[in-house]
Design a protein around this ligand. Sequence first.
Ligand code: PTJ
Length: 243
Amino acid sequence: MIPPDHPRYRSLVIREHLADCAKKGIIAWEGLTAHGRGEAFDYLIGERTTESARLAERTAAAMLLSARHPVISVNGNTAALAAREIADLQHACGALVEVNLFHRTEDRVQQIEALLRDTGAEVSSGPAERLLPLPHDREWCRRDGMYAADVVLVPLEDGDRCEALVAMGKQVIAIDLNPLSRTARTATLTIVDEVTRALPVITGACKDLSQREIRHLLLTLNNTYLLSEAIHEMSARLDHALD
Ligand code: PTJ
């Protein structure tokens, strides 16, 4: 048993939870590796929400609130870590919630949908089709869901789907602790923050942004600046690591 005053208590409890989720099939086994990658980048950024990440989170809220048809895409890792935070964000911004998996099985889709519903999210289910131009199972989505979306929130994913969504004319908001990932670099807006810290800030901003702030955030969105600030934060911490 890990004592609660252990400095790594939270991250060890999360690891145990994710291992349980992997045994049940909610997380793909590969998702455990993805989590380790995230932990390493979170360590580099100081396990905190930086100023530039907070700006990205407020901009994400502005994009979701201004969207005609916003969709929150959920994979196994996101559901296991942040199902409740997804439900809260959905209530604050009115987005559809849709499951999209790389390691797709009907059983996993149903388990993840059930987990999301248990925490109060309303999940768009029903028949998915191979609608996204991708050579793998992330191509499956719902015609009146992600396929019709103008803004898609994509947490914890590295790959080619973001590029495909942008090529389809959609705006993509990525949440990814790795500012160098393919998804981070091709998204319209990238939030370099841990998902359970990022989502409540977006939800809070959805509740307090004025129309004037929304317009300002949308007009000043600059993803290259946000990514370079994140990289700068990480390299500055490394420069002083042994001080
Ligand atoms: O559930 P499935 O079948 O869709 O599978 C999900 C996989 C494992 C394929 C998906 O999570 C994935 O694309 O994994 P990758 O390629 O490792 O990319 C995940 C990205 O999320 C990496 O860039 C990590 O740094 C980042 N990441 C991991 N954990 C967190 C995170 N970013 C924010 N918060 C985290 N907790």
